[in-house]
Ligand binder design. Structure first.
Ligand code: NAP
Length: 314
């Protein structure tokens, strides 16, 4: 028989862990499922400077503290690569690659993943110079020249982190203005190790039979082609929702993000979505945590309403 919980939270990032904290503190039985270690993208982030209560905190440290908080009232955490959720009204069935669980409500907090650039060489040199995680892989490039592709918060923040390790960091951006927050831009422009190549697209990641040696670039204003040597290429060209496994529920928009109301309710009763995976303007740890608190509270009300309905039937 499938193991039963009041609430299953899919994803143990900041949103999922906060939802688990609120729901378990309301005396609900809660299981968090994640296919990786708890903490989500916080584990790939060096210094976090925009989480209240800390002037700066290491991502993995914040993840650890959130996990302690999330589990203190009995919420459980388990490995689970969720392959689908079935809606049977008052019961939801959550299937992973190894188990089947049942719950009265499900909170989807599966987050987002880095978008690929989609150029030749990107896949072939994955783990051999191409990376999507400066904190994980930056140390391999100590004293070497690296390239960062993108112009958003991730590109600039991770580029700045890489200046502590690499001898030179070149940001290649497709426009002549960064999208990143002003404070990050100011820091990047003031950093001697940061360089910028504007209006340019990476056409190919080049390498020898072992590792990355550079990139082929095209200036999208002049059409001029150049080659830039580097040992590492860090790609930060945006994020995509991790929602493929929920497509049958009909709760996503055209791009795959999940639509919710202010109560984090999706179109399906008893299924909630929080954090990066939602349609929203600002994807931050703070906003994920806020979503998690709301969903944890709403799920309590929803489960109470189910109990009231079943009492009325009797
Ligand atoms: P993002 O804000 O979507 O930025 C993606 C960047 O990649 C943009 O500069 C975009 O160029 C560029 N780009 C997209 N497709 C490209 C392509 N095919 N070729 C070349 N360049 C391409 O993504 P993000 O930086 O990963 O950030 C994701 C979310 O997390 C954002 O909401 C961000 O604010 C948040 N975040 C916050 C922090 C923080 O607060 N400290 C840190 C990291 C991330 P254009 O500018 O021309 O569109």
């Amino acid at each position: 028989m499938a193991k039963q919980y009041d609430v299953i939270v899919i994803g143990a990032g900041p949103g999922g862990m906060t939802a688990a904290l609120y729901a378990s503190r309301a005396n609900l039985s809660v299981l968090m499922l994640d296919r990786g270690i708890y903490g989500g993208q916080m584990n790939n982030t060096a210094a976090i400077e925009n989480y209240p209560g800390f002037s700066s905190v290491m991502g993995p440290d914040l993840a650890e503290n959130m996990y302690k908080g999330a589990t203190q009232f009995g919420a459980e955490y388990a490995y689970g690569n969720v392959e689908g959720v079935e809606d049977h009204g008052a019961t939801k069935v959550v299937k992973t690659d190894t188990d089947t669980f049942e719950a009265k409500a499900v909170i989807i907090a599966s987050g987002s993943e880095y978008r690929k650039l989609g150029v030749p060489g990107e896949e072939a040199y994955g783990g051999r110079g191409v990376s999507y995680c400066a904190v994980c892989d930056g140390a391999f490039f100590k004293g070497r020249e690296v390239i960062v592709v993108g112009g958003g918060d991730s590109a600039v923040e991770e580029g700045l982190y890489l200046t502590q390790l690499a001898s030179k960091v070149t940001v290649i951006h497709r426009r002549d203005q960064l999208r990143a927050q002003k404070i990050l831009q100011d820091r990047a422009f003031a950093n001697d190790k940061m360089n910028f190549i504007w209006n340019s697209n990476v056409e190919e990641i080049l390498g020898d039979d072992q590792k990355v040696t550079g990139v082929k670039l095209v200036n999208n204003q002049t059409g001029e082609e150049t080659t830039l040597d580097a040992s590492g290429v860090f790609i930060y060209v945006g994020i995509l929702p991790k929602t493929e496994q929920f497509s049958d529920l009909g709760i996503t928009d055209d791009m795959g993000w999940i639509e919710t109301n202010d109560h984090m309710e999706t179109k399906v009763d008893g299924i909630y979505a929080i954090g990066d995976v939602r349609v929203k303007d600002l994807r931050q740890i703070t906003t994920a945590v806020g979503d998690g608190g709301i969903a944890g509270q709403q799920v309590f009300k929803y489960i109470e309403s189910l109990a009231d309905q079943s009492a009325a039937v009797k």
